[in-house]
Design a protein around this ligand. Structure first.
Ligand code: HEM
Length: 226
């Protein structure tokens, strides 16, 4: 019989521990210039659109992978959660910042290119690795992202209009309750120990890739300041 004192914490708690380290490592390089300008209303339309465009590329890869897994596994895919999907709101936001020609302006810069490539490579064939990327992005959006959305809406005086729709989850009334539901899915999936370790490593990698993508924006700050 297994000794209960030797049992590992639930998957959700283990990922939360990785996230705790991830937030600390994101802060290690300091706030830079892009991010403070972003939340204080100091970016131009070019600068705002550049971040939305990065999100568009990330979520396009994630949501395509999710659709493939849903199609392949049907109801055995327990992480088919279209209420999370961000592409429609990202399209509204891009149209707002960049106008009708938004799609022609999307650039795949090196950091975001690496991130998207990673999502595409690992997620389509592996539910655990897909989950690592899904968890890292959407739980962030439902956590710190909610405060960021409010700050941006106020700083750029967006009111009820588009520009920061990405942060609004129309189909989720209670972000905290949804996060608990999601943690329940993680814990009930029955991932093996090897799978959980692979998810932990991939979440860590997702933090690194998020930072890398963000450094693309930081490096072009002069171009993006209002
Ligand atoms: C300035 C930027 C950020 C702020 C202010 C922020 C803030 C927060 C806060 C306050 C929580 C805890 C919420 C709760 O316990 O319910 C949280 C959770 C989370 N954040 Fe962030 N965050 C930021 C950036 C990021 C980034 C860049 C990522 C990764 C892409 C990320 C991923 C997550 C995840 C996955 C969680 C959920 C952790 C869990 O409960 O398992 N965050 N964030």
């Amino acid at each position: 019989m297994t000794d209960p004192t030797q049992q590992k914490p639930p998957v959700s708690a283990r990922l939360r521990a990785v996230s705790f380290r991830g937030h600390k490592s994101s802060g290690d390089s300091g706030p830079g210039r892009y991010y403070p300008a972003f939340i204080e209303g100091g970016l131009s339309r070019a600068g705002m659109g550049a971040q939305v465009a990065q999100h568009y590329l990330m979520y396009e890869a994630l949501e395509q992978a999710s659709a493939v897994l849903h199609e392949r596994l049907g109801t055995r895919f327990h992480f088919w959660l279209p209420q999370l999907h961000r592409l429609p709101s990202l399209t509204d936001d891009l149209r707002f910042w960049w106008g009708e020609q938004w799609s022609e302006r999307i650039e795949v810069t090196p950091g975001i290119g690496e991130y998207v490539e990673r999502i595409r490579t690992v997620s389509v064939d592996s539910v655990p690795l897909f989950v690592a990327h899904q968890y890292t992005r959407y739980l962030a959006d439902l956590s710190g992202g909610q405060a960021i959305g409010r700050m941006v809406t106020e700083a750029y005086r967006l009111g009820d209009g588009p520009g920061a729709r990405f942060y609004e989850f129309q189909e989720i009334d209670d972000a905290a309750a949804f996060k608990d539901h999601y943690r329940g899915l993680l814990d009930a999936e029955g991932f093996s120990e090897a799978e959980v370790e692979a998810i932990e490593a991939e979440v860590w990698e997702a933090y690194r890739l998020n930072n890398l993508a963000f450094s693309d924006l930081e490096s072009r700050f002069e171009e993006y300041a209002a």
